[in-house]
Design a protein around this ligand. Structure first.
Ligand code: ZN
Length: 180
């Protein structure tokens, strides 16, 4: 996959045209008017592996780019002043109409993204949820899937990683449930 990041042309503080300048050994965007480098950082996002009692997981079919038409875990970008856990549960509600409780942090992955450069994806496991499942604005379909070869390929590497993390560690996760 070729990554072409959308270029920022103007300073978001003063609107002046940005230049490129070597600072700390890296070519960075620089505003000559504000006399400051414009630092670019990964965007944090969350996703959730939601399991039902039969260990089927929820996937949503994307109706928006990137990866429109592919299936992925429910999730999305964190908002300012929001905790990652709250972001994960908010996205779950928006995309599936389900209310859930975080069970476990599965890990953190960096995903190459055509628009943002790098998205930092935080994955959680959810086993307790309630509500009537229905797809949100960003999805054209939603369903439970058995983890086998018939399951559609996940749209993002990070989502695939979190799904594999759950199913490769199922005995451990079940043990954890007994400990709680
Ligand atoms: Zn500026």
């Amino acid at each position: 996959m070729t990554i072409k990041i959308q270029k920022k042309k103007n300073c978001h503080f003063c609107g002046a045209e940005l230049k490129r300048k070597y600072i700390d050994g890296i070519q960075r965007l620089f505003c000559s008017f504000c006399k400051t480098p414009i630092y670019e950082n990964p965007i944090p996002a969350t996703c959730v592996v939601v399991l039902d009692k039969d260990n089927r997981l929820i996937l949503v079919k994307r109706s928006v780019e990137p990866k429109r038409g592919m299936w992925c875990l429910p999730g999305g970008f964190m908002e300012l002043f929001e905790s990652p856990e709250r972001a994960a549960l908010r996205e779950l509600k928006e995309e599936t109409n389900l209310t859930g409780e975080i069970d476990l942090l599965l890990g953190v992955r960096a995903n190459a993204n055509p628009v943002y450069g790098t998205v930092l994806v935080i994955g959680y496991l959810i086993k307790n949820f309630s509500g009537d499942m229905s797809p949100g604005d960003d999805a054209s379909d939603i369903d439970f899937f058995v983890y086998d070869k018939s399951m559609p390929e996940a749209a993002f590497d990070s989502h695939d990683y979190f799904i594999r993390t759950v199913f490769n560690n199922m005995p451990l996760l079940q043990q954890k449930k007994e400990l709680l």
